[in-house]
Design a protein around this ligand. Structure first.
Ligand code: SF4
Ligand code: SF4
Length: 300
């Protein structure tokens, strides 16, 4: 189950890359800018602004879940949408008001897309990046894609939150050249409150990855109210600097570009409504990381 393949990306690892987005994540970060990626199942996104007055196409496809109300609104009872109804809704909407996110694709099919840009990878030092969601939540697909890319001579990277059992990662180690690994916080309680997950699990996996000699870049989203303060940054950088072989840390200031997607999924948005605006903290983060021997990069 994937939800996108993005070609010509320059933000997800070195060079020009094709990014394959796998669906499903074991965390529920409040600030997640890809909320459509979190469920492992296909999901319906609905934009009422694009819905055509008088149209009932989707109502006819899924009458048990989608109806027109007396005042002309479209009512979607998401809990009543069966898997077969969601499948039938793919390409049903003439105006893109209703879209289904997530599709089953074979490894061969995905690799055909990835291989198309091999000359660009070679010239730019790029390759393929698995992203998500959390790619290691689907270890069979991740392994198959990484192995096939590796065997085709393509550089491989994985963007990961590392909140998975170690064995999901371990099988992919021989075929993964670069891990772009999140370290969102070191404080167990705050991590749990804001992501619903375990900081200990993430940190243990990071430690093991580094000890196995994997190439790891640490990525830190800086989120107001969560970790966008000097104490949190200090503790994250201290942990990262203590990992053998880790040389780079990327700071990603919080933004709200994905906020609208929550409305499309009919989910509440529980993170701050404004982007991070704290230049002093960004300066501190970079200089503290340098002080600890890490190359620090700010990413938009
Ligand atoms: S098919 Fe699209 S335009 Fe038609 S009612 Fe459904 S969401 Fe609206
Ligand atoms: S780990 Fe990434 S994909 Fe998963 S919920 Fe958090 S921000 Fe979203």
């Amino acid at each position: 189950m994937i939800f996108n393949i993005q070609r010509y990306s320059t933000h997800d690892g070195p060079g020009i890359r094709t990014v394959v987005f796998l669906k499903g994540c074991s965390l529920g970060c409040r600030w997640c800018q890809n909320p459509e990626s979190r469920s492992a199942e296909p999901e319906v996104l609905f934009d009422a602004r694009q819905c055509l007055a008088g149209c009932t196409r989707c109502c006819q496809v899924a009458p048990e879940a989608i109806t027109r109300t007396a005042d002309g609104r479209l009512d979607i009872a998401r809990g009543k949408l069966s898997a077969s109804a969601v499948e039938a809704l793919v390409n049903c909407c003439p105006s893109q008001a209703l879209a289904v996110c997530g599709e089953n694709r074979t490894v061969d099919d995905i690799m055909q897309v990835v291989l198309r840009d091999k000359p660009f990878y070679q010239r730019s030092g790029g390759g393929v990046t698995l992203s998500g969601g959390e790619p290691f939540m689907n270890p069979e697909l991740a392994l198959a894609l990484l192995r096939a890319s590796h065997e085709a001579g393509i550089h491989t990277a994985v963007e990961t939150c590392l909140h998975v059992p170690w064995h999901n990662i371990e099988s992919c180690l021989p075929f993964t050249r670069l891990f772009l690994a999140d370290l969102k916080h070191t404080h167990a309680g705050l991590f749990k409150t804001w992501t619903r997950g375990s900081a200990r699990r993430v940190m243990a996996n990071l430690q093991r990855l580094a000890e196995q000699g994997a190439q790891v870049v640490i990525r830190v989203p800086l989120v107001p109210g969560f970790n966008a303060n000097e104490d949190a940054v200090r503790s994250i950088v201290d942990f990262a600097a203590g990992l053998p072989g880790v040389e780079q840390i990327h700071f990603l200031p919080y933004h709200t570009l994905g906020m609208n997607k929550y409305a499309l999924l009919n989910q509440p948005y529980e993170a701050p409504g404004k982007p991070l605006d704290n230049p002093a903290l960004l300066t501190f983060a970079q200089s503290y990381a340098h002080q600890k021997g890490l190359a620090a990069i700010l990413r938009g």
